[in-house]
Design a protein around this ligand. Structure first.
Ligand SMILES: Cc1cc2nc3c(=O)[nH]c(=O)nc-3n(C[C@H](O)[C@H](O)[C@H](O)COP(=O)(O)O)c2cc1C
Length: 343
């Protein structure tokens, strides 16, 4: 979302926060490039008159694999904020993940958009009571899963924010009614002591299925299975944490092969097109998270803008299924992707 119109719309500081990444932004750029390094390998003369993009996620059939990624401080992107993206998810039957760095409380999102299928993303803060209260609030207001983000013991080295001094006005759980905080101040609230022991305990306490977001290694994926997770998100946090890490899609296959279906595997980072999602499913992902594409839609047009983006992604996936000669998304397999021959 590094487009000029968005910079004009949001101003330099907020635009830098939303569009930017860590360090030299090599991973940020590679997240998108990595999907283009895969070519599609269509089959022909298949009856594709009826197509089905549905997937199975946490034991439930979903009409398509798109999940709105948790993203912080959305009221800085558009006045609709989290209500806009949650509304867009409801309008398009996407699963919605609310960030724990939200500018609208979990209860307010649930009350305003009661029909959205929603999960809650959790950071473990040094003040563990804040995290506990968030989990309780989310569980009591109909969030069906807890997405614990595990790639954020401390904040990444984000030079755009360091330069701009971007400050956040409404972080509901972290500073109710207080002054605006810099990202560095907000990052300092994260608990860097969290380990697998805490995850086991969280999984026991949560009372709803738990997913771990930010896994890039097969051995960590195995540990997630052992810790009782229902799912993992193969993710480098949109290139915002450690620069030069692998992209989600480049890390995906060893993780899928390690977990062997024992939990659900989602992938994110750089997904901008429906055919990116087709590639993810072909490599063995059960679903995909989409971040900045939805956020750009929100910034441009509030709930409608975000819904337009999701609608287009769903339509592009449907087109991909037809033109790949694979009318059922659940039949996509590795034969449909191959390393791209182009540079
Ligand atoms: C502005 C912004 C804020 C984010 N905030 C969070 C967050 O609060 N919690 C989290 O787990 N991930 C957060 N992420 C990461 C996303 O959930 C997701 O992993 C990433 O954006 C996917 O890459 P994409 O933006 O290229 O689709 C954030 C990403 C962006 C762009």
């Amino acid at each position: 979302m590094d487009d000029e119109d968005l910079r004009e719309l949001l101003g330099d500081a907020a635009h830098g926060y939303f569009a930017g990444g860590a360090g030299d932004e090599i991973t940020l750029r590679d997240n998108m490039a990595s999907w283009s390094r895969l070519a599609l390998h269509p089959r022909v003369l298949v009856d594709v008159s009826r197509r089905d993009s549905s997937v199975e996620l946490l034991g439930r059939r979903r009409p398509h694999p798109f999940v709105v990624a948790p993203m912080a401080y959305q009221r800085h992107a558009h006045a609709d904020g989290e209500l806009g993206t949650a509304g867009a998810a409801a309008d398009t039957d996407a699963v919605y993940v609310l960030s724990s760095q939200t500018t609208t409380s979990p209860a307010d999102v649930a009350a305003a958009v009661p029909d959205v299928d929603r999960w809650f993303q959790l950071y473990v803060f040094k003040d563990r009571q804040i995290s506990r209260d968030l989990v309780t609030a989310a569980r009591e207001t109909g969030y069906e899963a807890l997405v614990v983000t595990v790639d954020f013991p401390i904040g990444g080295w984000r030079e755009r924010d360091r330069r701009s001094g971007f400050t956040v006005e409404h972080p509901v759980a972290l500073n109710p009614g207080g002054r605006a905080l810099t990202t560095a101040e907000l990052f300092a609230l994260h608990d860097p002591t969290v380990t697998w022991d805490d995850i086991g305990q969280l999984a026991d306490e949560a009372g709803i299925p738990l997913l771990l977001k930010g896994i890039l290694r097969a051995d960590d994926a195995e540990r997630a299975v052992d810790a009782g997770a229902a799912g993992i998100v193969v993710s480098n946090h949109g290139g915002r944490q450690l620069d030069t890490t692998l992209s989600g899609v480049d890390a995906l296959v060893p993780v899928v092969d390690a977990v062997q279906g024992r939990l659900d595997v989602l992938v994110d980072g750089g997904i901008r097109r429906g055919w990116d999602a087709a590639k993810a499913l072909a490599l063995g992902a059960d679903a995909v998270m989409v971040g900045r594409a939805v956020l750009a839609g929100l910034a441009r047009g509030g709930r409608t803008g975000a819904a337009d983006v999701l609608t287009q992604l769903v339509a592009e996936l449907d087109t991909s299924l037809a033109l790949l000669g694979c009318p059922n998304a659940r039949d996509l397999d590795r034969s449909f992707v191959t390393p791209a021959p182009w540079p």
